[in-house]
Design a protein around this ligand. Structure first.
Ligand code: NCD
Length: 341
């Protein structure tokens, strides 16, 4: 090389992040509050249409579009159903989990997101142990981000699949919803409300359709202030009394990984809050039993209840695929149309 020649500087492959015209990406689903009632109706109708569509036609909808699943916490149902949903629409998916990726080496959420973007990813499905992480990822990448659970904050697609299950069972249809669709319906949410993002998303969603949400659990897992989260929410500490008022009973796992030193007397907890066959028969023989999973049999529910005729737990799982197809489609469609549902 001659002493005057300047070295050729290689252009970095990563394109700069363009400025976003929206405060949040229009295809993102970070919170259940991102959806208007019209947007919710459209999404529910789309889930049904996609579920009923011929799989060979359906997989052209997002053919070869790139979707990444970025998981910092363990997951079975949410991860698998998001992946099957995206693949069912023809998208290419890739999974990055905190174990076995450069996250273990200390790479930040922002840099991981930008790396996925440089690889051609068009939407990111994120599960993270910190509340608010999906907002940060969206801000750093300007890609549509789908919140698959952020810390103790929200889990919007779980609330949507719970809603689809409730609507199907109460014969309220699975399409158009309005502020009165669940009028007269009481949904009990029972157990570890404090640490549950599923409870929070449902508390923000169900009252908007007219449902009454009755929270039930011990003081350590259900602080009094929870009832102030919004309209239509009340606390009933007596489990049998809560069962007696409810058409839907949503049982929750104790989030052992988030207890942070909190000591619970589990025998006492089971005596007061375990859903047993006897309790169900005595106080809510017609009610629908839901659980987001994973179930800890013999703790919050007995095996008999989990497998019993009132349980819709596996239907919830199945509904997850239809709902997530609609959510993934919305994420990538908004890219082209601009608007926010
Ligand atoms: C829940 C979660 O991860 O928030 N599960 C789920 O996504 N279906 C509830 C839980 O972990 O107990």
């Amino acid at each position: 090389m001659s002493p005057t020649a300047t070295p050729v500087r290689r252009q970095l492959a990563t394109p700069p992040v363009p400025a976003s015209p929206f405060p949040y990406n229009s295809g993102s689903l970070l919170s259940v509050l991102d959806l208007s009632l019209d947007g919710l109706s459209q999404l529910l109708a789309r889930a049904t249409a996609l579920e009923n569509q011929d799989p060979l036609l359906r997989d052209r909808i997002l053919a070869k579009r790139r979707v990444a699943l970025l998981f910092y916490e363990s997951s079975t149902r949410t991860r698998t159903s998001f992946e099957l949903a995206a693949k069912g629409l023809g998208a290419d998916t890739t999974l990055v989990s905190s174990l076995s990726s450069s996250i273990e080496k200390g790479e930040s959420l922002k840099d991981t997101g930008l790396t996925l973007r440089a690889l051609g990813t068009e939407a990111i499905i994120l599960r993270h142990n910190s509340s608010g992480a999906p907002w940060l990822l969206e801000e750093s990448t300007h890609l549509p981000v789908l919140n698959a659970g952020d810390g103790m904050h929200e889990h919007p697609t779980q609330a949507l699949l719970d809603l689809r299950t409730i609507l199907a069972h109460l014969r309220a249809g699975t399409g158009e919803v309005n502020a009165g669709t669940l009028a007269g319906v009481t949904v009990a949410i029972v157990g570890d409300i404090l640490h549950s993002r599923v409870a929070r998303s449902n508390m923000l969603l169900l009252p908007r359709l007219g449902a009454r949400v009755l929270l039930c659990g011990p003081k350590e897992l259900l602080p009094e202030q929870a009832a102030q989260m919004g309209p239509g929410i009340a606390i009933e500490r007596d489990f049998d009394a809560a069962l007696g008022q409810s058409q839907v009973i949503m049982m929750l796992r104790i989030q052992a990984e988030r207890l942070a030193g909190l000591q619970l007397d589990l025998e006492d907890y089971k005596a007061n809050y375990q859903l047993t066959g006897q309790r169900l028969a005595a106080h809510a023989p017609q009610a629908l039993v839901l659980h987001p999973g994973p179930i800890i049999r013999g703790m919050e529910v007995t095996a008999g209840v989990a497998d019993g005729p009132q349980s819709a737990i596996l239907e919830q799982v199945r509904n997850g695929v239809a709902i997530r197809m609609a959510v993934v489609e919305r994420a990538l469609a908004a890219d082209r149309q601009g608007g926010r549902a």
